[in-house]
Design a protein around this ligand. Structure first.
Ligand SMILES: C[S@@+](CC[C@H](N)C(=O)[O-])C[C@H]1O[C@@H](n2cnc3c(N)ncnc32)[C@H](O)[C@@H]1O
Ligand SMILES: [Zn+2]
Length: 366
């Protein structure tokens, strides 16, 4: 069937077809195009940049990158999918290449300016091949949000070499677990990653990582990996950088049990200025222009604090009705703390206030 995205028409499989297409990923693809535009001439300086759509399926993502001026390769192990990818490149007069292969084998022999990993579930089986063959920008989607946020703990530990936990800010824990695992895998290859834009939307995490080579740079990246500590009784929180920090067994406030989460990424997961440039390249041809701008705006405004709070969960704990969240934010700011909304949901906020101040202000606003 035909669909329109980014002001162009593409052919994609319908529901009965074994080849894959998910219309709900339009926002993911729109933001990818906006990132490619913002990166052009800044992060991506090659005059003839190349883009590997490493799990191409219908090739719609690759074709959209091709329209932006990239020389595109669409790779997929499914021949059924690649029939669509060939047609999508042809109908937009793109000189792209279509490869039927396991993307790890294909990557062994070829480097690309941009590599885009968009698998079913976890991207981790593909990260070693991708980081070592990417020149400038690595784009990664993970749809296995349950393992990443602690809901399927053994799978989270197995895939990400990290111990997740179900917390009130589990979407952010999942995103940071993903970035932390990619950073550690990249470092094995003396590759440094810098997450310049990342978001969690519906059922997936997406991160865009600037790539540099060098052991010293990779060492500096690893220094931003660490652990979060959370008291299960009173909500006290702390974080510790490093892969072997000393971690508390008991809460310093109430002596309750402390849960350790990690290793995960504790550094910024987006660059504010880059996020604003990406927002500026969203155009009205994009079907998700309004939603994408709102998301990027929220992401740019977020405080750079690891972890966030869920207003409704705090109210449930305190057995109070939830008042307006703006009152909570204003109250925290008036008390001298940083407080911002987050892109994770409309009822979450980031603050550097300790839990007792947050609870007092939430109670006042209820
Ligand atoms: C989620 S879909 C990709 C969607 C596509 N990027 C888009 O934006 O519409 C995942 C694709 O990865 C392909 N795939 C899975 N494992 C692969 C592998 N090891 N090598 C190459 N392709 C693979 C599947 O055949 C499937 O088409
Ligand atoms: Zn405590």
């Amino acid at each position: 069937m035909e669909i329109r995205e980014g002001g162009r028409t593409f052919i994609v499989p319908d529901e009965d077809d074994p080849a894959f297409f998910n219309p709900a990923m339009e926002l993911n693809r729109d933001i990818t195009v906006a990132v490619l535009r913002a990166a052009s001439g800044e992060l991506v300086t090659e005059t003839e940049p190349t883009y590997l759509d490493a799990m191409a399926a219908s090739g719609i993502r690759g074709a959209r990158a091709g329209i932006e001026g990239y020389t595109v390769t669409c790779c997929d192990r499914s021949e059924a999918a690649l029939t669509y990818a060939r047609e999508n490149l042809e109908r937009h007069d793109l000189d792209g290449t279509v490869v039927q292969a396991d993307t790890r084998c294909h990557l062994l022999g070829t480097r690309y300016t941009v590599v885009d990993i968009d698998p079913f579930g976890s991207p981790m089986p593909f990260i070693d091949a991708a980081v070592s063959q990417t020149n400038d920008l690595l784009c990664v989607t993970a749809t296995d949000t349950a393992p990443l946020c602690g809901a399927h703990r053994p799978a989270g530990i197995r895939r990400y070499s990290s111990v997740p936990s179900i917390t009130e800010d589990h979407p952010e824990i999942g995103l940071r677990t993903l970035i932390g695992a990619i950073a550690r895998h990249a470092a094995i290859h003396d590759v440094a990653v810098e997450p310049i834009l990342s978001h969690t939307t519906r059922h997936y995490h997406r991160t865009y990582l600037a790539i540099s080579e060098g052991a010293t740079l990779a060492d500096a990246v690893i220094e931003q990996v660490g652990f979060m500590e959370r008291c299960e009784t009173c909500g006290w929180r702390d974080e510790r950088l490093g892969l072997a920090p000393s971690l508390r067994a008991c809460c310093p406030t109430c002596d309750g049990t402390v849960t350790r989460i990690g290793p995960l990424w504790l550094g910024p997961y987006r660059d504010r200025e880059f996020t604003q440039s990406v927002e500026n390249t969203i155009d009205e041809n994009m079907g998700t222009a309004t939603k994408s701008r709102r998301l990027l705006d929220r992401l740019a405004d977020e405080a750079e604090i690891a972890g966030h709070h869920d207003h409704h969960e705090i109210c449930d704990r305190l057995e109070l009705p939830a008042g307006p969240m703006d009152e909570v934010l204003n109250g925290l700011q008036a008390a001298g703390f940083t407080a911002t909304r987050t892109h994770f949901s409309g009822i979450t906020f980031k603050t550097d206030a300790p839990i007792e101040h947050i609870e007092a202000i939430v109670s006042d606003s209820a």
